[in-house]
Design a protein around this ligand. Structure first.
Ligand SMILES: C[S@@+](CC[C@H](N)C(=O)[O-])C[C@H]1O[C@@H](n2cnc3c(N)ncnc32)[C@H](O)[C@@H]1O
Ligand SMILES: [Zn+2]
Length: 405
């Protein structure tokens, strides 16, 4: 890994992720903005006051070249994202493009044995699942964890929304299996036998003994009903720093314990008030956090001092790390045009994969057209040959004659 443990980057995670060495991280947890259509601000007067982040998206928030990069690296991923525009609208498409370029980098930096936990909620979870399947492969989908908490609003006409979704994916088959257990629910009626040593057990259909005091792998529903600390932090919680969307330490401790060993490298690219970093430090893991907000670095220092008595060892960086490998160029005219046109052919208006698009001179070079970006467009193969050496206006007329548009 080309970055030291205990580093917080104050920067856009896309640039930092691009600068991290490939296959260098054991576990990624991310809790990105959810596309919830609201902007978060920390409570005034709290330790996190001044922290704010945006959670509304439009196409103007995404770099046009990202469309081309996604379509170039994972053609089906772009198609899945485009589908979200048809069913949900442009804001979802923009949000998913923002997420997809980053998830592609997260996959690259994850070790072959690594895991990734993506925390989201039903606002976008189904669309994010498609992204994860496309990036990590459906075969590496491990769990959809439902985190059931008790804070939240009480709508008048709907059921109360009391859960988040956490997707767990591995990078390959050779992954770190869940390595935690929780106590079995003690049910005196069920564990109705007692052995020579006084331990309670029950016998299943094939005669196997199950002991009440031996743990089992947790279910994929994690509820505060089993562990009171496993809920959204209320305003009185001791660990609360006032950061909007702060997650409880026990949640991160469970994830880190389940999917990593001591000494492993944990990365949180949307680290907020650095809950993941604090949990990783407590559990003797190495860690790296990234957040746009300058609050993360202040809060992680304060929390580490308060919770693990650690002083002054956190590295604060605002630059971008240097990778030794050569970076591919995803910023050509073609990539940018793909985004400008939102993946659609500029003739027939149909969505096409990146490789099926050709760069065309709007005013042909034979008529003095230049190579400048303003004179370039993407056409599908059919439209390109229909246009031939004609003008754009002629192409449109022909497409209309043929009933294509
Ligand atoms: C939902 S919060 C994370 C909360 C965190 N899990 C905690 O317990 O405090 C999302 C965070 O992502 C950060 N963020 C949003 N876009 C980002 C980007 N492109 N790069 C880095 N951080 C970003 C925001 O500043 C915000 O702190
Ligand atoms: Zn076309």
């Amino acid at each position: 890994m080309n970055v030291e443990s205990r580093t917080i980057f104050e920067n856009d995670n896309l640039f930092v992720l691009r600068g991290l060495d490939s296959e260098s991280v054991d576990l990624i947890y991310l809790d990105p903005p959810f596309n919830s259509n609201r902007n978060y601000e920390a409570t005034i007067g709290s330790e996190a006051a001044g922290a704010a982040f945006k959670d509304t998206w439009t196409l103007s928030d995404v770099d046009n070249a990202w469309h081309g990069e996604i379509a170039d690296r994972e053609p089906t991923l772009y198609q899945a994202i485009h589908a979200s525009k048809l069913t949900h609208g442009k804001s979802m498409k923009s949000y998913l493009i923002m997420m997809a370029v980053r998830l592609l980098e997260m996959k690259r930096v994850l070790k072959e044995t690594g895991s990734i936990y993506l925390h989201c909620d039903p606002t976008a979870s189904h669309y994010l699942k498609m992204l994860m399947d496309a990036v990590f492969s459906k075969d590496n989908f491990r769990n959809e964890i439902v985190w059931h908490y008790h804070m939240g609003a009480s709508p008048k006409k709907d059921f109360r929304k009391k859960h988040d979704i956490i997707f767990r994916y591995s990078k390959s088959d050779n992954y770190h299996g869940v390595s935690i257990t929780v106590p079995r629910r003690m049910d005196a009626k069920r564990f109705n036998k007692v052995d020579e040593e006084g331990r309670r057990y029950h016998v299943n259909g094939v005669g196997k003994r199950f002991y009440a005091d031996v743990g089992r792998t947790p279910d994929d529903v994690w509820t505060y009903c089993d562990d009171k600390k496993l809920t959204q932090l209320n305003s009185m919680a001791k660990e609360r720093v006032g950061y909007p969307t702060q997650k409880p330490l026990v949640l991160l401790e469970r994830i880190i314990n389940a999917s990593s060993n001591q000494g492993d490298i944990i990365l949180d690219p949307f680290c907020g008030c650095a809950t993941t970093c604090v949990a990783a430090e407590k559990l003797s893991r190495q860690w790296i956090g990234i957040d746009l907000s300058s609050k993360a670095i202040e809060l992680v220092r304060m929390r580490l001092e308060r919770e693990v008595g650690m002083l002054g060892e956190v590295i604060h960086r605002t630059d971008i790390p240097q990778r030794s490998e050569l970076l591919p160029n995803y910023r050509t005219h073609k990539h940018t045009l793909y985004g400008k046109q939102e993946g659609l052919c500029n003739g027939c208006g149909t969505q096409f994969p990146f490789r099926n698009m050709t760069v065309d001179h709007i005013v042909p070079q034979s008529h003095g057209g230049t190579d400048h970006g303003d004179n370039l467009q993407l056409l599908c193969g059919a439209c390109n040959s229909t246009k031939g050496t004609g003008t754009q206006a002629e192409l449109i007329v022909r497409l209309k004659e043929q009933g294509i548009i």
